[in-house]
Design a binder for this molecule. Structure first.
Ligand SMILES: *[C@@H]1O[C@H](CO)[C@@H](O)[C@H](O)[C@H]1NC(C)=O
Ligand SMILES: *[C@@H]1O[C@H](CO)[C@@H](O)[C@H](O)[C@H]1NC(C)=O
Ligand SMILES: *[C@@H]1O[C@H](CO)[C@@H](O)[C@H](O)[C@H]1NC(C)=O
Ligand SMILES: *[C@@H]1O[C@H](CO)[C@@H](O)[C@H](O)[C@H]1NC(C)=O
Ligand SMILES: *[C@@H]1O[C@H](CO)[C@@H](O)[C@H](O)[C@H]1NC(C)=O
Ligand SMILES: *[C@@H]1O[C@H](CO)[C@@H](O)[C@H](O)[C@H]1NC(C)=O
Length: 480
């Protein structure tokens, strides 16, 4: 991928760090410090590369927030060529104009703290669990109107077009199925209409089928399959090259998924990886990649049992039960395993006790990272109305461009594991009740429906991709 080919003349894409990033992304982790400070500004530029396609300064010149008061000033997208009056616009021009309008409407909604919609809104997000509920609401409305995905058709199951539908990686298979199943309202009718392109690869199935029997854990085979697939679709269609992959995404919950791009980081510089394993110390890029929750679908799509007690009737201060997976868990066990009446930590839950019931009886549920950062406990905790206590250091939390996690969870850095009890007892009843209400409020954003419904888990994942697409502007293709 020769980026230098177009750096000076037409940039392959323009980023919008000063519009949407301000609305949504700039606040990620600033209060939580989920990743080291050195990373906290990296979202202002797409990479640490020495030759970004356009510098933030250039973008600021093109799009000074205060230089032009008309909200539509960002619609001018002609790459210096100019669109002749009366000439019929190409689908590409119409799409970029639509996105420009969406940006303007979202900004306006954020300013006026209201919204515009041409249909009845059944749910209106409001409250402090959102970083900017007005911008989020309008953005969701615009997404429903304009977000269109083209899933590439190339390739055969089981490595392509299907993934695991149950168990710990289920979100991968369910999302692939939602997008290739032909029923999603977000599907484009043809690839020219799409604003993003879905690379329908199941990393989990590659590991399951290609690495069987396990002779070694070398990532080459995984990397080659992904690279070959992208090679095929990028030579067959113009879309990958047009954006250097910036409007392309894949979805995977497997621990190894971040490694797909490790062999050639430059090639994947702008590619959106939607991952459960969102570890910012292992190359997860909050402004480009998307963090999605891990969710344990034991029984397919059945509702989780509703065993949660009133917030005022939870007798256990903190609860955890789970395997000794990884250093953080070992550290937790060393201090707390079956040692305290208030902080109830088990490796193996005694048969007389019921996991789901205990979560429903606890004020706080400990969610330490396991072998990798994500844990299905976070979602289980939210379902049971238990305030999640996230014990991890470089985990970029799902949907954190929209949700203010500090309003409905507690973060305890790994080094503070010995102080868990002191920290949790230090949270006043009032503050706890506020967080607990926040948990109940965000539940809808973590529920998986098939087909997906507005504001549910899948829409939240789609919205995360939508936001990243909204943050870039593609140049006009050369005239035919
Ligand atoms: C998130 O909530 C905390 C309070 O819990 C607040 O201090 C912080 O400013 C909020 N962050 C954003 C981005 O709104
Ligand atoms: C891993 O195994 C594959 C298939 O057996 C083989 O092609 C590859 O060379 C091996 N890689 C390493 C690093 O041993
Ligand atoms: C996209 O770029 C690659 C590498 O430069 C090239 O091989 C391929 O033919 C291009 N695709 C199209 C559709 O032109
Ligand atoms: C607490 O919840 C349990 C189980 O739902 C119920 O039996 C009990 O009466 C509740 N106690 C109070 C004080 O509400
Ligand atoms: C836990 O309790 C709930 C309701 O009481 C029940 O549905 C569930 O099967 C129990 N789980 C186990 C593992 O016994
Ligand atoms: C995140 O990545 C860092 C760097 O590789 C690693 O040391 C750490 O263990 C990872 N976190 C988890 C919870 O796996």
């Amino acid at each position: 991928m020769a980026m230098a080919d177009f750096t000076c003349t037409t940039s392959p894409l323009l980023l919008y760090p000063f519009i949407i990033l301000i609305l949504f992304i700039s606040s990620i982790n600033h209060h939580f410090h989920f990743f080291p400070c050195s990373h906290s500004h990296s979202h202002h530029s797409p990479s640490n590369d020495n030759h970004p396609p356009i510098s933030p300064e250039n973008t600021r010149n093109i799009f000074q927030p205060n230089s032009n008061p008309t909200p539509d000033s960002d619609v001018v997208v002609d790459g210096g060529r100019g669109v002749e009056k009366g000439k019929k616009k190409s689908p590409f021009e119409r799409m970029e104009e639509g996105l420009a309008r969406a940006r303007a409407v979202i900004k306006a909604a954020s300013r006026s703290r209201s919204y515009t919609s041409n249909k009845v809104e059944r749910f209106v997000p409001r409250g402090s669990v959102y970083i900017n509920s007005h911008a989020f609401h309008q953005s969701h409305v615009e997404m429903e109107k304009r977000f269109r995905v083209w899933p590439y058709r190339e390739g055969e199951p089981p490595l392509f077009h299907e993934g695991p539908m149950a168990d710990i990686y289920s979100i991968e298979g369910q999302l692939i199925d939602e997008l290739v199943g032909g029923k999603s309202p977000f599907l484009a009718r043809n690839p020219n209409e799409a604003i993003v392109y879905f690379v329908p690869i199941s990393i989990t199935n590659i590991i399951r089928f290609v690495y069987r029997p396990y002779t070694n854990y070398s990532r080459d085979r995984l990397q080659n399959i992904v690279k070959d697939y992208i090679g095929i679709v990028s030579s067959k269609y113009p879309y990958w090259n047009r954006s250097s992959g910036a409007d392309h995404f894949l979805v995977s919950c497997h621990d190894w998924a971040p490694d797909v791009s490790a062999a050639d980081p430059k090639f994947y510089q702008y590619f959106i990886r939607v991952l459960c394993n969102a570890n910012s110390s292992e190359g997860f890029r909050p402004a480009i990649d998307v963090s999605m929750p891990e969710i344990y679908l034991n029984y397919g799509l059945e509702e989780p049992p509703k065993l949660s007690r009133e917030s005022t009737n939870r007798s256990i201060l903190a609860f955890f039960a789970g395997g000794a997976h990884g250093d953080i868990r070992n550290h937790l066990f060393a201090y707390w395993k079956e040692k305290d009446v208030d902080v109830c930590v088990y490796e193996y839950l005694p048969e007389t006790l019921n996991y789901t019931q205990l979560m429903g009886q606890s004020k706080f549920c400990l969610c330490p990272s396991g072998y990798e950062v994500a844990s299905p406990r976070i979602v289980e905790s939210i379902y049971s109305g238990c305030v999640p206590v996230i014990i991890s250091d470089s985990y970029v939390l799902p949907f954190s461009d929209v949700l203010n996690w500090s309003r409905f969870s507690v973060h305890i850095p790994v080094v503070k594991i010995p102080e868990i009890k002191k920290i949790l007892l230090g949270i006043s009843m009032e503050e706890y009740l506020e967080k607990q209400r926040g948990v109940v409020q965000v539940q809808r954003h973590f529920v998986m429906n098939r087909p997906a419904k507005p504001y549910d888990l899948m829409h939240m994942v789609m919205h995360s991709v939508w936001l990243r697409r909204l943050n870039l502007r593609l140049p006009l293709p050369p005239p035919p």
